[in-house]
Design a protein around this ligand. Structure first.
Ligand code: UD1
Length: 416
């Protein structure tokens, strides 16, 4: 995988076109398992998580072609044995359970892996499948779910889990009768999946609100679709402008999906101007410290928390960041400290004292968004940094070094 070599303190400017959302594209790919026919999905990012999901779908019998951001999926018969190694390498693969259970009545999935950001139980998924008539057994390292035909149910989530909302939505599209999900996650990616499923002939409504209602239908077809822009990738590039004191424009974004980030960077002194599909940001001469707490949408996205901590190292005063979605999402702060960041970690909060004078160091990314935070901090640091662990960054950022270079950053990937 190699490493990034970063020469810091070059001011970024220009325009960057944001890709389709990883967290939508992966789920749309999975949703296709419910259908029949040929799908054409545009605006799919070229990232390794999409490659992994391609491997999962191919193993299940789906034909996949992917070229220049457009993915063609051909679905006829599918089978229910998911490839263990691929599933273990990516948590989103647990999402195949809903569609395969609905379609085949039986599915075996290895316990999934994913980012190293804390314990990630699946109880909400599993208890909800049970409410829909499934039996779930844990056999060794696998979940085995069985349900001759799922039935609708009225389900209240104890927490608005994104993955569980999607899994149950997908399972319910072909269940007998009506399913209601209460306390559902409201993320924009859930609306995208609703639109995709309805394009296939499903009857889903309410996505984007806490109550989603699904009327089961006997079968689903195919659809053409374009994935929504990735609000996390967009946020990361917006912060890349700010950490280098630069200014620039994000193209192909949905600004209202990014409100919590735009509010915070505005309060820090950045100038933000929003148009229909673009956001332009300019750095202030001095950034103010801030407080934030992550939360389910429309709260501040946990997937931008590490990148915000990187920015906080440059703000004047003490910033406080509380992580309220995952229980161990501050591992990357140890690496930021190697650059000279002044960060006091507690269990679920960190205090960041700024502005710190950052100086280049050798860093190792341990998870996807923590890795992005290291890149941002290295762009802001004096001198040279090396960042290993690119397999994490590549999971969610397409050609990050090329895109940063096109904005004026000095970043190269060297293979080892
Ligand atoms: C998705 C996103 C991830 C993002 C997260 C929160 C994808 C591929 N990943 O992950 O990038 O950070 O949403 O916005 O879309 N939980 C339980 N029991 C469950 C399910 C979840 O306790 O059955 C807990 C988790 O441990 C976590 C919290 O709920 O603390 C949020 O998890 P969830 O919303 O399910 O996130 P993911 O779908 O895994």
């Amino acid at each position: 995988m190699g490493k990034f070599l970063v020469d810091g303190r070059h001011c970024l400017s220009g325009r960057v076109r944001i890709n389709g959302a990883k967290n939508s594209a992966l789920k749309l790919m999975v949703a296709a398992l419910l259908g029949h026919g040929t799908f054409e999905v545009k605006n799919v990012p070229h990232i390794t998580d999409v490659e992994t999901m391609t491997g999962v779908l191919q193993a299940l019998g789906v034909g996949v072609r992917f070229d220049s951001g457009t993915m063609q999926l051909k679905v006829s018969e599918v089978q229910g044995h998911t490839p263990e190694a691929l599933v273990k390498s990516m948590r989103a693969s647990v999402q195949v359970m809903g569609p395969l259970l609905a379609r085949l009545g039986r599915v075996e999935v290895a316990r999934p892996g994913g980012c190293n950001i804390g314990s990630r139980p699946l109880d909400i998924h599993m208890t909800s499948f049970e409410k829909m008539g499934a039996t779930i057994d844990v056999e060794g390292d696998k979940f085995v779910a069985r349900a001759p035909r799922l039935h609708g149910a009225d389900i209240t989530f104890r927490y608005p889990s994104v993955g569980a909302t999607e899994n149950i939505m997908m399972a319910a599209t072909m269940a007998r009768g009506e399913t209601v999900i209460r306390n559902a996650a409201c993320e924009p990616e859930i609306v995208d999946i609703q639109d995709f499923l309805n394009g296939m002939g499903a009857q889903v409504k309410g996505a984007g609100t806490p109550v989603i209602t699904i009327q089961g239908v006997p079968e689903l077809g195919a659809t053409d679709f374009s994935v929504i822009p990735d609000r996390i990738e967009a946020g990361t590039y917006l912060l890349a402008f700010l950490v280098t004191g630069g200014n620039g424009t994000l193209e192909n974004v949905v600004p209202e999906h990014m409100t919590p980030l735009l509010e915070i960077v505005s309060s820090m002194g950045a100038e933000v101007s929003v148009h229909e599909r673009t956001i332009t940001v300019s750095s202030p001469s001095k950034m103010n410290a801030f407080r934030l707490i992550t939360g389910p949408y429309p709260g501040f996205p946990t997937d931008l928390q590490p990148q915000m901590v990187a920015l906080a190292t440059l703000a004047h005063g003490t910033s406080e960041v509380e992580e309220a979605v995952f229980d161990q999402r501050f591992g990357y702060t140890r690496e930021l400290a190697k650059l000279g960041a002044l960060i006091e970690p507690n269990t679920s909060t960190v205090a960041i004292h700024g502005p710190a004078t950052l100086a280049g160091a050798n860093l190792v990314a341990g998870d996807l968004r923590g890795g992005a935070a290291l890149v941002l901090a290295a762009l802001a640091a004096d001198g040279h940094s090396a960042i290993e662990g690119l397999e994490h960054i590549d999971r969610g950022y397409e050609a990050m070094e090329h895109r940063l270079r096109s904005l004026g950053a000095k970043v190269v990937r060297v293979e080892e």
